[in-house]
Design a protein around this ligand. Structure first.
Ligand SMILES: [Zn+2]
Ligand SMILES: [Zn+2]
Length: 366
């Protein structure tokens, strides 16, 4: 079949809209007619060449749609299901899968850098040549072919332009609070960076029962939004002393937990300084893999636990329906994340907004 997709041929060049070709479905594949796809920072890292993939490639990994067809091994009853796509297919039986760490699955990690499907093959072609698939999804296209286990059913009343956000940013942020930090009632938390992931962390902390939530960002508008999502204190950096604000809210100790999603050296350093002794730090942001980050050693002392997480400990079959339910119940605000609906043709514009920090999320509507 043929359909339109946004194709990146080289880093730091504009994405172009092309008609591409897909091969037939393999037994475990599902064909999803894409309804909505969010623009995430990780896509931008590929465009800017910080994250290196073979090209040409179709980006996009925050995607929701409707199953239109299934491979021979998939239950045909799934046709017509509204789904959000997970970007972490995993084998279920390797060293890390057996240790409940699907994000480190050997097959997943092994095929990831080649930007192919989990079976090692591509499904997409451009002008007869193989076309790569970002994060096993390639969501910036009219159709996505994914492995059955990555298409997670949504409630029938879940709007798909909200649902798509669950597939990456929301899962990562809420999951950091609930699955990784396992926050409890009455705990104190600092969230550094108030983009989609950070605002989700704030809401995850609130859902867990945290009673002190200090939001940190450079942008005052984002901090105002953070207040509406559960932040009890805010610090505008660099002008405010975020550590002093955290200590002022916690009898001088520092917060029980820091959830970082800004991805720069100052943020990583702040996370260590603001955490109380015996507390925990979860890093969600990232900097260049070959860059060094310096710390004041004393800030790392005192039995602090530091974890780096990519996907908030996601177990999509368990977590995606829970997040959709929280949205439908009115306890998880996703509406404020969608700053702009755009057409596929406006994708370069959307990434320009993301680069400049305008709005929270642009969502492509098909
Ligand atoms: Zn993402
Ligand atoms: Zn595995």
């Amino acid at each position: 079949m043929k359909f339109r997709a946004a194709v990146l041929r080289q880093p730091r060049t504009p994405i172009t809209i092309e008609t591409i070709e897909a091969t037939g479905l393999q037994p475990n594949d599902v064909l999803v007619k894409v309804a909505a796809a969010g623009l995430c920072h990780t896509d931008l890292e590929v465009i800017e060449g910080q994250l290196v993939y073979p090209m040409p490639i179709v980006l996009g990994h925050e995607t929701a749609g409707v199953i239109e067809d299934v491979g021979s091994a998939v239950d045909r009853k799934r046709i017509g299901e509204r789904v959000v796509l997970s970007w972490n297919p995993h084998c279920g039986h390797c060293f890390h899968c057996e240790r409940d760490q699907p994000i480190l699955c050997e097959t997943y990690i092994g095929h990831g850098p080649q930007a192919v499907q989990i079976d090692g093959a591509t499904r997409l072609r451009l002008d007869g040549e193989p076309l790569r698939t970002m994060f096993y999804i390639a969501g910036f296209a009219e159709y996505a072919i994914v492995t059955d286990a990555c298409a997670i059913a949504m409630p029938a009343d879940m709007p798909l332009d909200r649902a798509c956000l669950i597939g990456c940013g929301v899962m990562t942020g809420v999951g950091a609070a609930l699955n990784i930090a396992k926050l409890g009632y009455g705990e104190s938390v600092m969230v550094i960076g108030c983009g989609a992931v950070g605002l989700s962390s704030i809401q995850g902390a609130r859902l867990a029962g945290a009673t002190t939530i200090v939001a940190v960002d450079r942008n005052k508008e984002r901090l105002a939004l953070a207040r509406t999502m559960g932040a009890t204190h805010t610090a505008t950096v660099p002008e405010d002393d975020a550590v002093a604000i955290a200590r002022g809210a916690t009898a001088g100790r520092g917060v029980d937990c820091v959830l970082e999603s800004a991805g720069n050296s100052a943020a990583f350093r702040l996370s260590a300084e603001a955490c109380r002794t015996g507390g925990q730090i979860v890093w969600l942001g990232k900097t260049g893999v070959n860059e060094d980050v310096a710390f004041r050693w004393g800030a790392l002392m005192g039995e602090k636990r530091i974890v780096r997480s990519s996907y908030g400990g996601a177990r999509p079959n368990r977590d995606f329906p829970m997040l959709a339910r929280a949205y439908l119940d009115g306890t998880l605000n996703l509406d404020a994340f969608v700053s702009r609906h755009i057409k596929l043709e406006e994708i370069n514009d959307g990434f320009e907004d993301l680069r400049a920090g305008r709005g929270i999320r642009s969502v492509i509507m098909f």
